[in-house]
Ligand binder design. Structure first.
Ligand SMILES: [Zn+2]
Length: 202
């Protein structure tokens, strides 16, 4: 006799949940149980939200940030300064926005050079960046990529490509975290903090 299992719709739901990052078989089953049996669960509303997000969210055709129209909110904002901050991923934009320190626009590369993972320059949105520079004539390009080896290689590569252009090219400083003492800093971080030092006299 075949052992009884959950009905197919339940198993299908659990299978879908298992596709989510960080969800194993037991968690998938637990969430499926909660969604289908708990008093507070709103499975139909959740399904609607998923459909809504999947249908209407798309990358901004200009910068790559999340958008619901052709251009994102940042690219449509005409009060933005003519500066472009280059980041690896769309999720890097909001942390910079939240500082309130930068009032320009962004450009998402869509990753970084990673030869071991077969990510080359043609996989990044570099041609789109060059096109934007020609059209928008920014006063400054800020490279805000990761401080690790691949991020560093990408920064150098993009800087090389842009070196012939008549535009101010800068990179964000990499240094010590706020609240971190020198004794806990690794040599590379300390080296970058020294390299990115600022004058105290203006
Ligand atoms: Zn945009």
């Amino acid at each position: 006799m075949r052992p009884v299992d959950y009905p197919e719709p339940f198993r299908q739901l659990a299978r879908q949940l298992r596709l989510l990052p960080g969800i194993g078989p037991r968690s998938a089953e637990r969430i499926a149980l909660w969604l289908t049996a708990a008093k507070d669960a709103k499975p139909i509303e959740l399904a609607e939200s998923l459909r809504e997000a999947a249908e209407h969210l798309k990358p901004c055709s200009q910068c790559g940030f999340f958008a619901t129209e052709e251009l994102c909110e940042i690219c449509r904002d005409e009060t933005r300064q003519p500066e472009i901050c280059v980041v690896e991923n769309a999720t890097d934009i909001l942390p910079i926005e939240r500082t309130g320190f930068f009032r320009g626009r962004y450009h998402v590369l869509g990753g970084r050079l990673a030869p071991l993972d077969n990510v080359g320059p043609e996989d990044l949105r570099i041609a789109e960046l060059l096109k934007r520079i020609a059209e928008e004539i920014p006063t400054e390009i800020i490279l805000a990529l990761s401080a690790d080896v691949e991020g560093e290689a990408t920064t150098n590569y993009v800087a090389e490509i842009l070196s012939g252009l008549q535009v101010k090219l800068t990179r964000i400083a990499h240094g010590l975290p706020a609240g971190g003492g020198l004794e806990h800093a690794d040599p590379l971080t300390l080296q970058r903090a020294l390299a990115g030092r600022n004058s105290l006299r203006v």
